[in-house]
Ligand binder design. Structure first.
Ligand code: NAD
Length: 289
């Protein structure tokens, strides 16, 4: 397929390269000349505007920083410029309201569109092992599934338009809260004189178990290899966790849901990133405890 790819940053760069490896003809655009040069090295054909990249595309994939940018790129340069036969897939993490608004505008202009945010970081984007949570009609999902499968290990239909974004922010609200809970338990365990490896061996097999504990342990030298073993570099930046928690709180406010743990997690990550730690892995919040 001829696939236009917009946004070739930390995540999009590897995703576009995996579409090339799967045999697709990838037409790439990014505002950054460095990102475009990397995409070219990875076998993409590069363009100097979104409009040129989406011309005659069978599908358009975007991986952009936020909802305002997604909205402006689709409104100005994708809708009305890509053929209406093209399937539109936005993989960025954005607010549910904007995802629905862009999909509605696309639908009114005759396009099928899905929101397909991802779980998994830069390593999963490069390795083609992302998990995609997809919002859109069953027909649009059926068309999106083979394209997304070339970039991920799991592609799950979450429901109608916006449902992918809803699943993503609910999932990451759990992640933010369990990471902080895991960090404070390790900090307390240490002060109570427990050996941290011993505490891991117990809690990872007891009811304190979670992904934050067993797959991403925030203590260096304990559990499987994680960013904690690498000076809290790489992995999932604290600034991105804060972004997702803010999206979760905004969504909760919109529907009147009570999210006291999500609210506290957002406050703690806001304080952590305000102290210049936004680029550290999110498990580095253990240093504040
Ligand atoms: P990034 O900043 O590395 O990449 C974004 C890219 O978009 C940049 O290369 C930028 O130049 C480009 N861009 C911005 N405006 C543009 C425009 N108008 N037209 C074309 N290109 C434009 O960000 P990232 O880490 O790749 O994240 C992308 C999305 O993926 C975000 O929504 C993020 O929340 C989500 N996400 C990131 C991770 C992660 O671990 N990095 C994990 C899951 C989801």
């Amino acid at each position: 397929m001829k696939i236009a790819f917009i946004g070739l940053g930390n995540m999009g760069g590897g995703m576009a390269a995996n579409l090339v490896k799967a045999g697709h003809d990838v037409h790439a655009f990014d505002l950054s000349p460095e990102a475009l040069a990397r995409a070219k090295d990875n076998g993409c054909t590069t363009y100097t505007s979104v409009r040129e990249a989406v011309q005659s595309a069978d599908a358009v994939v975007s991986m952009l920083p936020n909802g305002a940018i997604v909205n402006s790129v689709y409104a100005a340069d994708v809708i009305g410029h890509a053929p209406t036969s093209a399937l539109l897939l936005d993989c960025s993490t954005i607010d549910v309201g904007t995802a629905r608004k862009v999909a509605d505008a696309a639908s009114a202009a005759g396009y099928a569109m899905v929101d397909a945010p991802v779980s998994g970081g830069i390593a999963a984007a490069n390795g083609g092992t992302l998990t995609f949570m997809v919002g859109g009609s069953p027909e649009a999902f059926a068309r999106a599934e083979p394209i997304l499968s070339a970039m991920g290990k799991a592609v799950i239909h979450a429901g109608a338009s916006g449902a992918g974004q809803a699943a993503k922010i609910c999932n990451n609200m759990i992640l933010g809260a369990t990471m902080i809970a895991t960090c404070e338990a390790f900090a307390l365990a240490e002060k109570l004189g427990l050996d941290l490896q011993t505490f891991f061996d117990i809690s990872s097999k007891a009811s304190g178990q979670s992904w934050s504990m067993t797959s991403y342990c925030p203590v260096p030298g304990v559990g499987p290899a994680s960013p904690a073993d690498n000076g809290y570099q790489g992995g999932f930046a604290a600034a991105l966790m804060l972004k997702d928690l803010k999206l979760a709180l905004e969504a909760a406010q919109g529907v009147g849901a009570k999210v006291p743990m999500g609210t506290r997690a957002e406050e703690l990550y806001a304080a952590f990133t305000a102290n210049g730690n936004g680029g550290s892995d999110f498990s580095a919040i253990i240093k504040t405890l």
